[in-house]
Design a protein around this ligand. Sequence first.
Ligand SMILES: *Cc1c(COP(=O)(O)O)cnc(C)c1O
Length: 431
Amino acid sequence: MKFYNINNHNEIINFEKALKIGLGKNQGLFFPIFIPKINLKNINKILDMDFINRSSYIISLFIKNEISLENLTKNISKAFNFPLKLINITNNISCLELFHGPTLSFKDFGVRFMSQMLHYFNKQEKIIILTATSGDTGAAVAHAFYNIDNIEVIILYPKNKISVLQEKLFCTLGKNIKTISIEGDFDDCQKLVKQSFEDMTLRKNFILNSANSINISRLIAQICYYFEVFAQILPDNRNNVIISVPSGNFGNLTAGLIAKSMGLPIKKFIAATNSNDTVPRYLKNGIWDPQKTIATLSNSMDVSCPNNWPRIIELFQINNWNLNQLFSQSTSDYLTEQSILKLYNKYKYITEPHSAIAYHALESKITNKKEFGIFLGTAHPAKFQKYINEVLNITINVPKKLTYYIKKENLSYNFPNNFSYFKSFLINNYI
Ligand SMILES: *Cc1c(COP(=O)(O)O)cnc(C)c1O
């Protein structure tokens, strides 16, 4: 399959290239030239397969001309080497827990698939992955690319603005993973990354890749777990599924909408945001009016210009869907906390702010008993242990994979917020 640039339909490239360059001309996102369809009979057939084989099949529909099903399956079993759990909360609400991977967020799915693919398609060149993070992406990227030949990773993050736990998870690895705390905020880190991508000297000498959620490979990987929802629920419920997706850059929701477009009979989606509510406001009044980003409890969703939104518009146009079919809701910090409390006090379910926002939006949109609601659990509550312990007045278990890193030494460099300083570091270390 080929992929086109949605800002410039003449730019059509294969998967390998889209994987490596990430973004096309005029900052355009890549999109499959057609969405492969699976009819209902075949969907029921693949729902009987195990997660790895089913996922390999689904992904092969997009990239089988560039990688054999056999090789794909091998890579996918390495990438998706952790469980997904569907937890029943009530008779008709469940949480799909996507956070049992090495860095305890759903980002492990997309980033681990991307790293396997970059490794597979790259045999000689040295690739530098340069990423700015406010937490989860950095951890997922560091672990997914750790020890992978010919790939160097540099992660920038704002000094003292992420939790110690988050920092330990990705700043203690060493080898091909370098981490740098910047005297500034997340936007400053993002700017240093952007400047590097635009710098001619650096571009001449390196293959730079940012591994962020605009990379089409990450979205293709995320399609797979929407099928897993249907595999894990009773056939009786399959016609009435509503899925609530906690959204920041809207990559996760894009993947879900692609799954629906392939034929998976998801009845409705809910785009659940925090107070950064550009999309819910747009869906209400048709005006795209991003405001200044607000810091919230669900910090990984503190995005006011969601970078995957153009792909969602593209999908609605291709399918002749009406945007008013997409539900959306923004949830304040206060109601996020109330939802965390409710899930614990009423159902003994421990959750964290991002997933709680999806639950809150879902609860208010389920209108009859026949509907079957799923909210996506995108992060493990242990990642927010201090906050959760305080709110619920409990001591939650921290998984071993987290406690292991807490004891290790932080290997980060600390740099001023200065591009020429950063640039000389790159030149001295990697040329
Ligand atoms: C990144 C992230 C999100 C938002 O996902 P998008 O694909 O950017 O919409 C939600 N929850 C958690 C925990 C995340 O890390």
